[in-house]
Design a protein around this ligand. Structure first.
Ligand code: FES
Length: 323
């Protein structure tokens, strides 16, 4: 097991909605955990002694500006297609042991920006809420949109309003339809940097609209959830240069499977953003279902490289340039 993981335990479970539960995680030895930077996430390994699931969850952090918490708080939405989230909902109780990484800062909030626009869609609130808290504490200029189906299904809506007041707009699609993202962008002062987390189509829409308005691409920073798992995923094999074959189950990633087989790999974000896990493909056979946001469209079309942490084979096998 990787030593960047520490033994942790579920301290408390709290249901936030029908499908979202909050868990506070503490060190198994009772030592206080450090405050996590806004936008950071944890890797959790859980599911029996072998830790057969590996999932990433944002650290939500304290819910008020003054609280100091010696534990990490995550919120997990139960996805019917995701065995990991179902396992968490069914099995995580006070005292459940798990392994957890130290916070990973792949989605960092820059300091001293002239104005920040926060956009959260659904469970995408989890990395955005600590950013909101940080902006409030630092008295920075910001505005925020939190969109969801309806308020009863939107975790931390009350806390977001409590932190940001009327600078936080809660948008319920059931009453108001889809949010006007173009109007939102139009209302921002020049030089605004947006941080967005939510469903892929919402992020894509915001990026496209911002680009059409002449925003620099680097001014829309985003985090996508669950790029690695889709309902119709099936098993496939990776063949290494040696001819050795590693099976990738429907509910796991190439990266997890290779690590399990003790094949040397590199990784950092584990969500298709940093490019560290990108590996040369020797034969893509029926092609690759690219799910990362790191490779360019041309690179994806050529199928000569693949992000191990989230992409999958379209066929039964992929030949990779790995020992
Ligand atoms: S680990 Fe970052 S893109 Fe795969």
């Amino acid at each position: 097991m990787h030593d960047r993981y520490l033994d942790a335990v579920v301290l408390e479970r709290r249901n936030l909605s029908d499908r979202i539960a909050e868990f506070t995680l503490g060190a198994a030895d009772g030592q206080p955990l450090p405050l996590a930077e806004a936008g950071s996430h944890l890797e959790l390994r859980f599911g029996g002694d072998t830790g057969r699931f590996l999932r990433h969850y944002s650290v939500v952090g304290p819910l008020t500006t003054t609280a100091r918490e010696p534990f990490w708080r995550i919120a997990v939405q139960r996805e019917d297609r995701s065995r990991g989230s179902a396992y968490i909902h069914d099995h995580f109780r006070k005292g459940t042991p798990l392994r957890v990484s130290h916070p990973i800062g792949a989605f960092r909030l820059s300091r001293n920006l002239p104005h920040v626009l926060l956009v959260a869609g659904g469970i995408g609130i989890t990395p955005i809420l600590p950013m909101l808290r940080s902006l409030v504490i630092r008295r920075q200029s910001f505005s925020m949109l939190y969109a969801g189906a309806e308020r009863s299904q939107m975790a931390y809506a009350t806390e977001a309003r409590g932190l940001g007041g009327d600078r936080v707009r809660i948008h319920e699609a059931v009453h108001s339809g889809m949010p006007d993202l173009d109007g939102l962008l139009a209302a921002q002062p020049a030089g605004t940097v947006a941080y967005v987390c939510g469903p892929g189509p919402m992020i894509d829409a915001l990026r496209g609209l911002a680009r059409a308005r002449g925003w620099d691409d680097r001014h829309v920073r985003f985090e996508v959830f669950n790029a690695a798992h889709l309902p119709d995923d099936v098993d496939f094999d990776i063949r290494l240069r040696s001819g050795h074959v590693v099976r990738v189950g429907a509910g796991t990633t190439m990266l997890d499977a290779l690590e399990g087989a003790r094949v040397d790999t590199l990784s950092d974000c584990r969500r298709g953003e940093c490019g560290l896990c990108v590996t040369d493909v020797l034969d893509a056979h029926e092609g690759i279902d690219h799910r990362d946001s790191y490779l360019t469209a041309d690179e994806k079309a050529s199928c000569t490289q693949v992000a191990l942490c989230c992409s999958r084979a379209r066929g039964a096998v992929l030949d990779l340039d790995l020992e």
